[in-house]
Design a protein around this ligand. Structure first.
Ligand code: 4GO
Length: 253
């Protein structure tokens, strides 16, 4: 899979690519990430990429010509069928389902704006979809671009190890994670749950599923909107609710 990031700060993107799961995927050739800087497409001596907003008001707007040239350069390097995504607080919500759709594409061009935003005509002409990573305002689209890249990269075959990728599409899907523990067995008077120390794989599987179900129900009940529970899951969730004293979900069929 190929990512192109259009950004005035390519160093931000490059730094992230040197570490961790994504960094390893790049060095193993599973992902290819390139950047395109609109400033390299300016023609004036000051290398101007922004200008004052029509209609007045504070702040500056990314001017169309260098940004459009950068998007076109990135798109020209991208395989046929790649998708151009703008990162913006007014975009649609980016979530795991959008990431799964993107993971099927040959390439993504991520457009990270700065200042107050991007000239609307560039969005209208060159951007296929605008996405937001959450309801807050950032100073630039680079962090959202990295978020999208990281989430999508983890879905590319081979990027995660077998175990981690199996987990990603097993029952944990659509649920919050279960609690994790490592040594020491007791830390500041707090003990690791007994069940995790026994090596009874079936009991451990049930405990984790129960925790994931219970914590999702407690913290993010709306996530159950899209998810049907099987008999085992319903029973485990009822057990969890009884143990912590919260109301279980009403009978859903
Ligand atoms: C994306 C971009 C927030 C998001 C952004 C978000 N703020 N919630 N700011 O995904 C153009 C100039 C947009 C700054 C950018």
């Amino acid at each position: 899979m190929r990512f192109e990031v259009v950004t005035l700060f390519p160093g931000l993107i490059q730094a992230y690519l040197e570490v961790g799961v994504v960094g390893r995927a790049v060095s193993r050739g599973l992902l290819r990430v390139e950047t395109e800087d609109p400033r390299s497409h300016t023609l004036d001596v000051h290398r101007t990429v922004d200008d004052r907003p029509y209609g007045g008001g504070p702040g500056m707007v990314m001017k169309p010509e260098p940004l459009a040239a950068a998007i076109r350069a990135a798109r020209a390097r991208s395989p046929e069928g790649s998708w151009v995504v703008g990162l913006s607080a007014r975009g649609g919500p980016f979530d795991q389902a959008v990431a799964r759709r993107f993971a099927e594409l040959p390439g993504l061009v991520l457009v990270a704006g700065r200042y107050e935003g991007v000239d609307q005509r560039v969005l209208d002409s060159l951007v296929d979809e605008e996405l937001s990573i959450g309801d807050y305002v950032l100073s630039g689209g680079e962090l959202p671009a990295l978020v999208v890249m990281d989430v999508v990269a983890r879905l590319v075959p081979g990027v995660l190890g077998d175990e981690a990728s199996a987990r990603q599409d097993s029952f944990s899907d659509g649920l919050l994670d279960w609690p994790h523990y490592t040594r020491p067995e007791e830390w500041e008077g707090l003990r690791v749950p007994e069940v995790l120390q026994g090596g009874h794989h079936e009991e451990i599987r049930r405990w984790r599923l129960k925790q994931a179900l219970g914590r999702t129900w407690q913290g993010r009940p709306a996530l159950f909107g899209q998810r049907r529970l099987n008999d085992e899951e319903r029973r485990l969730l009822e057990e969890y609710c009884a143990e912590v004293g919260v109301e279980p979900p009403g009978s859903v069929d």
